[in-house]
Design a binder for this molecule. Structure first.
Ligand SMILES: [Zn+2]
Length: 136
């Protein structure tokens, strides 16, 4: 995968990549909210501080950045030209942690949906997936 960002763009992206309340996250929230569901944000008492917790339905939604959580899409496969090793280690650590958190949550019978950042580009499909998950 070619690294197509300039150094400035990249450092900007990296510095913003881990923030809560990212654009994809806010987008997913607005859809779920419009469907009439209410949720709690970033609950600290649950593994991974899930982005959205629908306690009454015992369901959880994570919105993952493709780069940061190494999605199998083209955004997840971007290899930074600088500090490649550092980012690789960090991202692999995230993936491991994601797996552990998911296991813990499922053990406690939480139903978990992971929405990838790239999926928020297709509104209809995303809405359909969210609807399916929330009504199942
Ligand atoms: Zn992706």
């Amino acid at each position: 995968m070619v690294d197509f960002l300039t150094k400035e763009q990249r450092s900007f992206n990296m510095s913003h990549i881990r923030n809560k309340n990212t654009r994809p996250e806010i987008f997913v929230r607005s859809i779920v909210h419009r469907m009439g569901y209410r949720y709690t944000l970033h609950r600290k008492d649950l593994p991974g501080n899930p982005d959205m917790v629908l306690a009454r339905h015992h369901k959880i939604i994570f919105v993952h950045g493709c780069f940061w959580h190494m999605h199998k899409c083209r955004y997840g496969k971007v290899k930074p030209a600088t500090n490649a090793k550092f980012w690789q280690t960090k991202r692999e650590g995230n993936v491991d942690r994601d797996k552990r958190n998911l296991r813990k949550l499922r053990k406690n019978r939480w139903k978990v949906l992971i929405v990838w950042e790239c999926q928020t580009r297709h509104i209809e499909k995303l809405t359909e997936n969210l609807h399916k998950f929330l009504t199942s």
